[in-house]
Design a protein around this ligand. Structure first.
Ligand code: ADP
Ligand code: MG
Length: 478
């Protein structure tokens, strides 16, 4: 059933979202990053806004996009994909076209606030057979009993994915389809999918919930092909209430399976059955996957899980220590949260190792034993930003060419960014002044020293400049 809803004004809603964000992030961040955002267009399923520079786009996307998405969801009640594009501010713009939804073509003078709630009517000629439950049980993979919502620690990097997963698990009607979760390895995708399955199976034991890896899906399909039993394969999958497929990046490049997956997916979505997908990349970045499939996968809610933050790592360690029922000195917890930044699986592994060690040798956990036991892991997590990365980011920020970092041009527009990059290289890497000089077109170490002094001087006299440097450096460290 397609429903539509008239909402007073899109701009007003955005203003409300913006005000909430402003209260959350504070005046300084608001002025630097959020105020320059301008609403371009959108409908019930997407919102597009513009910022003037690429640097700002990266920053806003990296730091606020998920929160904006959550707030929009709360504001309009349906998930909206937030897209941030770079656009130089035009001269006094005519009233922006707020409705730019595909499928509205030909309708003139639509009020700016019409929201089309996407929902797919069931396709009449697809029959929904009652499946044999044992069949379903045979294809679903076992669930890890520890992967529940209760055991999932929520922080900024995963709040959108968590909120979306909860919504899917709690909703009576399919809230968005598919839910596409993506993020790097060990960040909680599988955990969230299992949590959805646990929750639905508990609340609705009659529902057929299937969870399996894309690899297993392929394997079963290939086997069905071999035994010429693809009909019952199709039936199995097309009669479920909730289908979750983990790590779909593995489907890329395998055409027959992809085709089958696509049909299964479409059949389920058309019948308004919930589909949840995970991958290590966003739909559009999936390699070896057909365009129509990429586009279809991005049709519902795409929620990414970002790399962990220090706060989230602390929270996770505290929660795991409690679960393991061991006392771990706060110093050790903080040390681990600082040092093991790769992913949550490694963080957990590190904790398990020191707990196992302490139990084995019968000694309590200390900072020294932790360093000793984890020395190999600690080394591999010791990644630092490089001078090249600094040059690239700074050049982007100031809209100059990376080659200007090495050139002998002295114009202020390039000389100042170059000095800033030198300053950041001094602070964020362990390189010596002569080494830094060499990376900047073979400059002398005294030039670098001068640059560092100059930037320090500017920082102390100009708050905005100082904030800018602070943000650049935070961005590079993450
Ligand atoms: P992915 O599927 O993204 O590779 P997993 O879901 O397998 O990652 O997570 C790796 C490990 O980290 C699991 O043991 C999981 O329980 C744990 N984990 C991930 N995210 C969280 C979280 N937010 N809170 C608690 N544990 C988490
Ligand atoms: Mg996984």
């Amino acid at each position: 059933m397609a429903q539509s809803e008239v909402i007073p004004s899109f701009q007003q809603q955005w203003d409300r979202v913006l005000n909430r964000l402003r209260a959350e992030v504070g005046e300084a961040a608001y002025r630097s990053w959020l105020k320059p955002l301008s609403l371009l267009n959108g409908d019930g399923s997407f919102v597009r806004m513009a910022v003037p520079t690429r640097f700002m786009r990266d920053w806003v996307a990296g730091n606020y996009q998920d929160r904006i998405q959550v707030l929009w969801l709360e504001e309009i009640g349906v998930p909206a994909q937030v897209e941030i594009v770079v656009q130089q501010p035009a001269r006094p713009a005519p009233k922006p076209a707020l409705v730019d939804a595909p499928g509205l073509g030909g309708v003139k003078e639509r009020p700016a606030a019409v929201f089309e709630v996407k929902s797919t009517p069931p396709v009449a000629n697809v029959t929904i057979d009652s499946p044999q439950l044992p069949e379903v049980q045979r294809i679903t993979a076992p669930l890890d009993p520890r992967f529940t919502f209760d055991n999932f620690v929520v922080g900024k990097p995963n709040e959108l994915a968590y909120a979306a997963a909860r919504r899917v698990a709690d909703a009576d009607a399919v809230p968005f389809n598919p839910l596409f979760l993506y993020g790097g390895v060990g960040l909680g995708k599988t955990h969230l999918m299992h949590a959805i399955a646990h929750q639905i199976r508990t609340a609705h034991p009659e529902k057929k919930v299937i969870y399996l890896s894309a690899e297993k899906f392929m394997y079963q399909f290939v086997r069905a092909l071999r035994t010429k039993d693809t009909m019952s394969f199709k039936e199995q999958f097309r009669s479920v209430d909730v289908l979750m497929i983990d790590d779909v990046q593995f489907i890329g490049g395998r055409e027959a399976t992809q085709e089958e997956f696509f049909h299964t997916f479409n059949a389920l979505v058309d019948q308004n059955r919930q589909v949840v997908i995970s991958a290590d990349k966003s739909p559009s970045d999936l390699e070896g996957v057909e365009e129509r499939m990429k586009s279809r996968l991005g049709w519902g809610l795409v929620a990414d899980i970002h790399p962990t933050t220090y706060e989230l790592r602390l929270g996770i360690l505290e929660s795991k220590a409690e679960q393991l029922d061991v006392v771990i000195p706060q110093k050790v917890i903080e040390f681990l949260a600082h040092k093991i930044t790769s992913n949550i699986r490694e963080l957990e592994g590190a904790l398990n190792r020191i707990v196992a060690h302490a139990t084995l040798v019968g000694r309590s956990i200390s900072l020294e034993t932790t360093q000793e036991v984890l020395h190999d892991l600690l080394r591999s997590n010791d990644r630092r930003v490089t001078i090249e990365e600094i040059q690239k980011k700074v050049a982007e920020h100031f809209n100059i060419r990376v080659s200007d970092m090495h050139s002998s041009r002295r114009a202020r527009a390039v000389a100042r960014p170059r000095q800033i990059a030198m300053y950041l290289s001094k602070h964020l890497t362990s390189r010596s002044l002569p080494e830094i000089g060499r990376k900047f077109g073979g400059r002398d170490h005294t030039t670098v020293m001068h640059a560092v002094k100059k930037v320090e001087e500017l920082k102390s006299g100009d708050i905005e400049f100082s904030e800018d440097i602070e943000l650049l450096s935070r961005m590079l460290e993450n």
